[in-house]
Design a protein around this ligand. Structure first.
Ligand code: GUN
Length: 302
């Protein structure tokens, strides 16, 4: 059996169409335009391309969007002052500080400095805590996107055995928390595996839903997957370069996920591709959170 492909590209397009309509309605009814600022420190090529994609998505939805690029040697003090400026700017409803930050800046300090009501990444400890107790305001975008992929692909999470591979603050921990909540699109039994897990395959083979954010290619091979499992691949690994089809002469990265896609797709019932799986969902849920923040600022409850 070859698995159904869960296209993040298609699901993201469906959600963005909904968001575009809601944005136009918010502007027409309340005169409030959702505002998003993306702060980029330095010029890491991967971070630059993520931020560019976030800006493009915001503009396409009709948001007020600002790209604030800062040099790699900006002081921590100046970056904190910049965050404070946007905390106090009423035209801005969402602030995103692209991670990772340069080594001389304390990332935690910067995330703590964000106004939790503008923290559309869901990384501020107040928002992390709210998620944990089942009263989330902004869900972190990648795990939120994974949950939407499961819901919109008709994957039942209630009572499902979910195994998460990876325990990062951005993906592993929050997706585990989201899926174990007593809520629709959740109610799962969740196991989290990590670099110190013994006999990882004994866990992954039990999974009805396997979510992989391990950080290296082919971390999950076909023998580690149960027949009929739903597999969500969060990995993005640059495994080489090729010439662009759109722009001949230009070299572009060859991307691969953390799952041995060709072999695992013969065993799974559904699987996300890389690229075109989880990636487009992350940006889409950032737009969702920014619109939500703007609606709350306009006095709407949802
Ligand atoms: N770096 C990698 N993923 C993310 C993300 O979701 N948000 C931010 N701010 N930085 C990231």
């Amino acid at each position: 059996m070859s698995a159904k492909i869960i296209s993040g590209k298609d699901v993201a397009a469906e959600i963005r169409a909904e968001l575009k309509e809601e944005t136009a309605k918010l502007i027409a009814d309340k005169g409030v335009t959702p505002g998003l600022v993306t702060i980029l420190v330095g010029a890491d090529p991967a971070s630059m391309s993520y931020v560019t994609a976030k800006q493009r998505a915001a503009k396409e939805l009709g948001f007020h969007s600002i790209q604030d690029s800062q040099p790699a040697d900006i002081s921590e003090e100046d970056l904190l002052a910049l965050v404070e400026k946007y905390n106090n700017d009423p035209a801005i409803h969402g602030i995103l500080v692209q991670l990772p930050l340069p080594k001389h800046i304390d990332e935690t300090k910067v995330l703590f400095a964000l106004d939790p009501d503008k923290d559309v990444d869901g990384f501020h400890p107040v928002n992390v805590g709210r998620l944990m107790i089942g009263d989330a305001k902004f869900l972190p975008c990648t795990p939120f996107g994974i949950q939407q992929l499961l819901i919109r692909s008709g994957t039942k999470t209630e009572g499902a055995e979910v195994v998460v591979v990876g325990r990062s603050n951005i993906v592993g921990k929050p997706i585990a928390n989201i899926l174990l909540q007593k809520a629709d699109g959740a109610n799962a039994t969740v196991t989290v595996c990590h670099t110190r897990t013994k006999n990882m395959e004994e866990h992954t083979r039990r999974a009805d839903i396997l979510i992989v954010a391990a950080g290296f290619p082919k971390a999950i091979t076909a023998d580690m997957v149960k027949e009929g499992a739903v597999v969500i691949d969060v990995g993005v690994n640059r495994v080489g370069e090729k010439e662009s089809v759109k722009t001949p002469g230009k070299m572009v990265a060859i991307l691969e996920g953390d799952v041995d896609f060709d072999a695992v797709k013969e065993k799974a019932s559904a699987i996300t591709p890389v690229p075109g799986g989880v990636g487009p969902m992350t940006i889409t849920m950032l737009m969702f959170n920014t619109l939500k923040s703007a609606k709350l600022a306009a006095g709407l409850t949802e």
